[in-house]
Design a protein around this ligand. Structure first.
Ligand code: HEC
Length: 121
């Protein structure tokens, strides 16, 4: 009985996390507009002119705007799974849902490096 209740709570929490996702299946379709609302925490690093972070060490931060969506998704999955190592990006990627990753990838892919509204993030 206790177990069943616990599962319900977890499922409920996941449903909330999935937000407006229509489906939470393997074929997650990215939505650039939804992605725009999810990159707020990325801007701090990926939006710094000259793309460097001072923590944990001075490090070149790659530009994401205009990057291929599949490439971004692969990178985030890599960090999430630990195939690709970078402490902060692992922590961030691990907090993202599949839908988040797809949306963020779609958002960045819809930008170009030189597009006017590209805050270079
Ligand atoms: C604390 C600073 C910081 C924050 C916040 C941050 N990143 Fe990163 N990100 C980095 C650094 C530094 C790298 C390069 C790490 C490496 O070489 O593996 C990186 C790498 C990446 C890459 C791989 C790019 C490439 O060309 O290989 C992607 C994709 C990425 N970040 C997406 C995001 C997204 C999406 C967010 C927000 C949800 C985010 N990052 C937030 C610092 C940050």
């Amino acid at each position: 009985m206790k177990k069943i209740v616990g599962r319900h709570v977890v499922f409920g929490a996941l449903t909330v996390l999935a937000g407006f996702a229509v489906t939470a299946h393997a074929d997650v379709v990215g939505n650039a507009k939804a992605g725009q609302a999810k990159v707020a925490m990325c801007i701090g690093c990926h939006g710094i002119p000259d793309y460097r972070t001072a923590y944990p060490e001075v490090y070149h931060v790659p530009i994401l705007g205009g990057q291929n969506a599949q490439y971004i998704m692969n990178a985030l999955h890599g960090y999430k799974k630990g195939d690709r190592h970078f402490e902060t990006m692992h922590a961030i990627a691990a907090s993202l849902t599949e839908q988040d990753i797809a949306d963020i990838a779609a958002y960045y892919a819809s930008q170009t490096v030189t597009s006017k509204n590209n805050p270079e993030k």
